[in-house]
Every structure is written in C-alpha cells, then in structure tokens.
Design a protein around this ligand. Structure first.
Ligand code: CS2
Length: 495
C-alpha cells in the first residue's frame, strides 16, 4: 500500500475528512467497553446486529461494544484493522445513504489464539454472546440434536482449551465462568434456523453433559438462550460496491457493507437475560418469536431458495429479475399461496398473506443486485429449515407440496450441472455433493442418492413415498432442460 493510499483510508483519525452527508457514529469509541462477544462477523452481522448496537452506543450506553470473533479466517480482522474496525453501511434504496459503524471494538481470530477468546468469554464484563455462524455452524442432526459424529465436535470434546467450533467455544466460555462461580452470559442465536435459541440450548447442553454433569445442569438452569428472528437483505460486497462507497464517502473503505433499508429483529423476551437496550432502537422483544421465525424463514428464505434454483436453471442471475419473470413469478406465488402459507399459524400483528406480498416487493428492489448464486451457497444446510419443514407439515396434514419438491429437484439438477461443468460447489458438504453429482446418470436412482444425505433429510422424509414420488417426478421432468425450455415446465404445475 502506498502512503497516499494509506492516507485516504477510513480510520478514527480521518473521520473529519468524510463527506458531509455521511452519518457518523458520534460517540467516543475510546470510552466504550466490550460487553458482547459475537461469533461470525460476516456481512450480515455488520449490517444488522452491529448496526443496532451502534444505535444503542449512540444513545449514551457505554458497556456494549463488540468483540467479534472469526473462527478461522483472518480476512475481516486484517482488512478492518487498518480502518480501526470502522466500516461503512450503505443503505440501498432509491436514494442511497451511508453511515459509519463504530460498534466493533476488537476482532479476534480464534484459531490463532483460542485461549484469548476463552478468556474474553470468561470476563465478567461480557454479558451477551451473539452468533451468526450460519446453519452449518450449529453441527446439528436433522432430528435436532448435536451431531457427535461431526469432526469438529468430536475434536472439541477432548480439546476444550482449543475448540474448532463455535459450540465448543460457547461451552469452553461457560465452563470457565462456572468454574470461577461467575454468572453466565446470555447466548443469542441470530441465524436463520427455526427455534434457533432452543436448538442452540440443546446443542450446548448435550455437549456440556460430556464435560461434567453438574456443569450441564447449571447450563440448563442458568443460561438464557432466547430465540430470535433476524431480517435484512444483505448482498455480498464486491469491487463495484467498494468503489461506489469509497467515492460516496470521500475515503477508501476496503470492506463496506450494503443492505436494503428494511431491517427487523424480534427477540424472545426471557426473564433474567442480559442484553443491550435494543428495544430503544427498534428491536421487538416478544414472548412468542416462533411465529415470526417460521413466517420469515418459510416465506422470505423459502422463496429466496426457490428463486435461486428455479432462476439459475432458467438462466437468470439475480433475485429481482427472477421475481419479475412472469412464469417464475406465477410459480412462486402459487407455491406461497398453496404450499407455504397454509402451514403457518397466525401471529399477532402479522398477516402472512400481506407479509408474503411485501417480501415479493422487497425482492423487486431495483437498487439491489442480489445474486442467486450467493443464495445458493450452502443449500444443503439451508433447505431443511426453509423448505423441508414446510413439506413435512403439509405431509402431516395429508397434503403434497409439488412446487417445493420441484425446487428440491432443481437443486439436485443444479448440483449435477455444477459437477458436469467442473465448477466449484460452495457448500459445507461440497465433497459429498460432488461425489453424488459424478455418479448421477439422469435416472430416478439419482434422487435416491441425494436422499441418502442423512444429515439433510430426516428418516421420516427419506421413507415418505409421496415425497420421493414428487421429487422424482420433477427430477425426470426437468431432465436436461435449461433456459426457456426449463421455464416452460413451470405452468404444468397449475393443472
Ligand atoms: C438469503 C438470506 O443468502 C440467503 O440465503 O436467503 O441471507 C436473506 O437475504 C436474509 O435472511 C434476509 O433477512
């Protein structure tokens, strides 16, 4: 980096050189203490929880700064270090706006110094631990328990001083506090899983049982694991965004974050939990989060994943264009009306029909270029929460889900095309998926190979005749069709 490049970098010292329409954090960061440890400082965290926390700090609270922990990668730490951990949030709307976020005080890379992370977690001033570690980070079986066959969990049980998983770190941190008779921190999952807090609680407790019976009882009785629903569409940053943001703010920002204006966070209101006063800055605390979670996951994320595979096979690359394609639009509206909404129970103040319509409007946002390929990442982990639960609920009430099954068949085809074109599969199970893709010959037996992914499909679904029949039907129907030959299939579901 040249001196002139360094001189024009966003940093504490250069804050006054920012263009005047950039919104500043406006508090003295030196006075902020760390009260939150966050696992997974990816784009979503920096667009969502870090922004709400920034708003809390702006209101004069000083004990809620964030220590962000990356488990493996040093990229975020190294990039933001030069910027004093400051970054720009670009809100994509008709008129974009820019805000500098100051809530992240420190970034640690766990693999480099596990003891430091555990010491941080054990510190009394840490009141809350939040997580955006994506579905795979929870290391769960499809039945909902902790997957003790997961190699990271296996490792962590015998190496609690140097874990590899976020679950291992949570247990290590809680264990350190239990040993010194300190109070626990509140653990808040901010990932797109139904019952995320309950699942995390179960995973941590099952792990703790392997360490010590009394410790696990303490975890069960004292640690709060509220569930939460998080929402804001956050496309990945690229060079175009980097260039546009740096030009707009007047300083170089190596890793700005972009997101839509809409943002929502609903947190389960549990007695005795310790969290920042996020209710003062727009967060909803509710005794019942389940309805919000299921509605958001099944509608927004379910439709995202549907658009991803239907759109990619149709030759479309982004959410807006897929949503505006007449045949695809018709297909997902029918999927929403006939297969998703009927599985949702009513939630106070949330009308699922209106909610569904508002999601489609958000997908049409012309200011957002949200790549379908980004949504397709890690689909083996996402599909169970976004689609399979809906299908299971329909089956339990004697109904089939032909369109949702079509989406799963389209995902299987997507994997086959990726393998055929030797293009990399971005998925926690890329190895297994590549092997399956290589063995596929286009026949019904391909479906059986995919359904053999035991960590993805529950025993009940793997043995359900109607489910197998619907996926196989769609898989054979799609065959080798792509582009308009593929979209021509969509109206056949109306019959
Ligand atoms: C998306 C989500 O990438 C994806 O899988 O479905 O990140 C989605 O944009 C967010 O959940 C919106 O809140």
């Amino acid at each position: 980096m040249t001196i002139s490049e360094l001189e024009s970098k966003l940093s504490n010292a250069r804050i006054n050189e920012l263009n005047t329409d950039v919104q500043l954090f406006g508090y003295d960061r030196a006075e902020v203490d760390i009260g939150i440890v966050h696992f997974g400082p990816g784009a979503f965290h920096r667009a969502h929880q870090a922004v709400y926390t920034d708003a809390v700090l702006k209101r004069g609270e000083r004990q809620w700064g964030i220590c962000a922990v990356s488990i493996n990668s040093a990229d975020v730490r190294d990039t933001l270090a030069i910027q004093d951990n400051l970054y720009t949030l670009a809100i994509l709307d008709r008129q974009p706006s820019h805000q500098i976020i100051g809530s992240i005080k420190e970034i640690l890379v766990a693999t480099e110094n596990p003891a430091l992370v555990i010491a941080r977690l054990a510190q009394d001033t840490i009141k809350a631990v939040t997580l955006t570690i994506t579905e795979k980070g929870y290391c769960l079986t499809p039945e909902g328990g902790l997957d003790f066959n997961n190699c990271n969990i296996e490792h962590d049980i015998s190496h609690l001083d140097s874990p590899r998983s976020a679950i291992g770190y949570l247990v290590a941190g809680l264990h350190a506090r239990w040993i010194k008779d300190a109070s626990p921190f509140t653990v808040l999952s901010c990932d797109n899983l139904t019952d995320n807090g309950k699942r995390l609680r179960r995973a941590v407790t099952e792990f703790a049982q392997k360490i010590d019976g009394d410790f696990s009882k303490w975890v069960e009785s004292s640690v709060k694991f509220p569930c939460s629903m998080v929402d804001s569409i956050t496309p990945a940053t690229n060079d175009v965004v980097r260039g546009a943001v740096s030009a707009a703010i007047g300083l170089q920002d190596a890793w700005p974050i972009q997101r839509e204006r809409f943002t929502q966070w609903v947190i389960e209101d549990l007695d005795g939990m310790q969290l920042p006063p996020w209710q003062d800055v727009g967060v909803t605390f509710s005794k019942d989060v389940r309805g919000y979670e299921a509605t958001k996951l099944r509608i927004l994320n379910g439709l995202h994943t549907s658009l991803a595979f239907v759109g990619i096979l149709a030759g479309i690359d982004n959410v807006r264009h897929a949503t505006l394609h007449p045949k695809i639009r018709h297909f997902i509206e029918a999927e929403l009306r006939n297969e998703i909404i009927p599985t949702l129970s009513s939630v106070d103040g949330l009308n699922s029909v209106e909610y569904g319509a508002s999601i489609l409007t958000r997908f049409e946002n012309p200011a957002i270029h949200h790549l379908l390929s980004q949504i397709a990442w890690d689909s083996s982990q996402k599909i169970p929460f976004r689609i399979l639960g809906t299908i299971s609920d329909n089956l339990a009430s004697g109904k089939r889900s032909p369109r949702l099954c079509f989406v799963i068949a389209a995902w299987m085809k997507f994997i086959c095309y990726k393998v055929r074109n030797a293009s990399p599969i971005t998925d926690a199970w890329s190895e297994e998926l590549t092997k399956i893709g290589e063995a596929c010959d286009g026949s019904a037996s391909d479906v059986q190979m995919f359904l053999g992914l035991k960590n993805m499909f529950s025993v009940a679904l793997r043995n359900d005749k109607a489910f197998i029949e619907d996926i196989t039907y769609s898989y054979l129907l799609i065959g080798d069709k792509e582009g308009s030959a593929f979209t021509a299939l969509l109206p056949t579901f109306d019959r």
